[in-house]
Design a protein around this ligand. Structure first.
Ligand code: FAD
Length: 433
């Protein structure tokens, strides 16, 4: 009798989940668990804040939907809180777990945890598979240690590679052991950001809706907007939690192109999915360097920590109305457009000269689509310690406001003018670093 423990993380779906399918095929009984991990001291320190209500609510909604998907296959989801190793150890102690499965995770802490489990329990069989990338590692035409240092050479080498179809529909999972009591109901916080649907079914519905419109055929012209109906795909919260797989998204895109014809815009959705893919492999290749001040290229930056400036930025209380509006949007909804993220990140690093990791950690605690690879990879890119061949990006906030918010509608909607406190006046040259 083999008893499997499947640990969900950023793969909160039952369909097209290779790791779940692999474990399910090896065991007679199965327990499904999600471990809501305690925030690390690193993130506590750099973010200077807790996980936001919007982010927590979105996660809970995703987990509640995952539980429903599992219920349809005769399974249920147990949610645990605390340290990963401790929570897994409790299951191993209480049940005769013979096999443990999880999807490969791009985060270095998660990779370490997985390795530590394997070392601690040599009697258990471990199963993992990629559930969150378009490509398999063995398909890449280079060794991970030789990952191209910037996106364009990566894209050129991979964009024509064949991508596996999503897996066939899963109709059944092994049953849970009979001595397992029913999972407690999942509590949904009262605050719920209604703009964003969560979970596998909603992801399917959203894919269908998006591609039932002609938005994909105009994506390249609209994608840089700050807000609006379907100006960008809105797939990221689903992708980040794994409510949908990138292969399912790509399949829907290819079906759309077969029906309506491919154009530069529809190609650009694939192009952006390749950016996501690049950062996935970038995180896998660089491990904990993803979180280091001088990034993956070891560059020395002249930024530091200025608590007042950071607080102003977080609260949307700077001298830049557009930045304020964007931060208000993030704080209230847990989401921000790609252009918005680039502008506020550039402002923190270049105008306010704050160490980029404070911004990245703050995003981690706030974004409902937080993804370790895309977040920290993009922050490194803007700060100039990552994959940008031009050595970082400095956005002219005035110019960006004129281009993307000419009538100040966005600033008005998110009350950007309310801020405007001048930053502290200490010259950074005099600051004791
Ligand atoms: C500082 C900063 C931090 C970011 N943090 C995150 C994060 O934590 N999680 C996250 O998913 N994305 C992050 N991004 C990337 C991007 O902003 C979001 O993926 C995008 O805004 C999500 O909206 P969408 O799904 O409508 O995107 P679309 O424009 O419709 O793009 C389609 C998909 O392509 C991928 N994609 C698009 N742009 C990027 C990009 N620059 N990098 C990686 N993947 C991309 C996403 O999976 C997205 O869902 C960050 C960007 C910046 C500049």
């Amino acid at each position: 009798m083999r008893l499997g423990l499947f640990i969900f993380d950023n793969d909160c779906r039952v369909q097209d989940n290779p790791a779940l399918k692999q474990l399910a095929g090896q065991v007679d009984q199965l327990i499904c668990v999600y471990i809501n991990q305690t925030t690390s001291p690193f993130i506590q320190h750099f973010s200077q804040t807790k996980v936001s209500l919007a982010k927590q609510a979105y996660l809970n909604q995703t987990l509640s939907e995952l539980n429903l998907s599992l219920n349809q296959l005769g399974q249920q989801l147990f949610i645990e809180h605390g340290r990963f190793e401790q929570q897994v150890a409790l299951y191993i102690q209480h049940y005769r777990i013979t096999d443990i499965g999880r999807s490969v995770h791009p985060g270095s802490d998660e990779a370490k945890q997985w390795l530590a489990l394997q070392l601690a329990y040599p009697q258990i069989r471990f199963h993992s598979a990629s559930s969150n990338s378009l490509f398999e590692q063995q398909q890449l035409p280079f060794d991970l240690s030789n990952l191209p240092t910037s996106f364009t050479p990566f894209r050129k080498q991979v964009e024509e590679l064949a991508i596996a179809e999503p897996l066939a529909i899963l109709h059944q999972l092994p049953k849970a052991p009979s001595n397992l009591s029913p999972a407690p109901p999942i509590k949904l916080p009262e605050h719920h950001s209604s703009d964003f649907q969560a979970g596998e079914q909603a992801a399917c519905n959203h894919l269908e809706h998006y591609f039932s419109t002609t938005a994909a055929s105009h994506y390249k012209q609209t994608r840089n907007a700050l807000s609006g109906e379907l100006f960008s795909t809105g797939f990221s919260p689903f992708l980040a939690h794994g409510a949908v797989s990138p292969r399912q998204v790509l399949k829907a895109l290819r079906n759309y192109e077969a029906k309506h014809g491919a154009n530069e815009s529809s190609y650009w959705i694939y192009f952006e999915l390749l950016w996501r893919e690049y950062f996935y492999w970038y995180a896998r290749a660089h491990g904990s360097k993803l979180f280091s001040f001088s990034g993956v290229n070891g560059k020395t930056l002249h930024t530091s920590f200025y608590s007042q400036r950071f607080k102003q930025w977080c609260e949307g209380n700077t001298a830049y109305p557009l930045v304020n509006a964007l931060m208000h949007q993030l704080n209230s909804s847990g989401w921000m457009s790609n252009r918005g993220r680039q502008i506020v990140a550039s402002c923190l690093v270049n105008e306010l000269q704050v160490d980029w990791r404070y911004g990245a950690a703050y995003f981690e605690q706030r974004l409902i689509d937080y993804d370790v690879a895309s977040n920290w990879g993009n922050w490194q890119y803007i700060a100039g310690v990552g994959a940008d061949p031009r050595g970082g990006r400095h956005f002219d906030i005035d110019k960006q406001s004129k281009m993307f918010d000419p009538n100040k509608q966005f600033i008005k909607r998110w009350q950007g003018e309310l801020g405007g406190l001048p930053s502290d006046h200490t010259n950074m040259v005099d600051w004791p670093v």
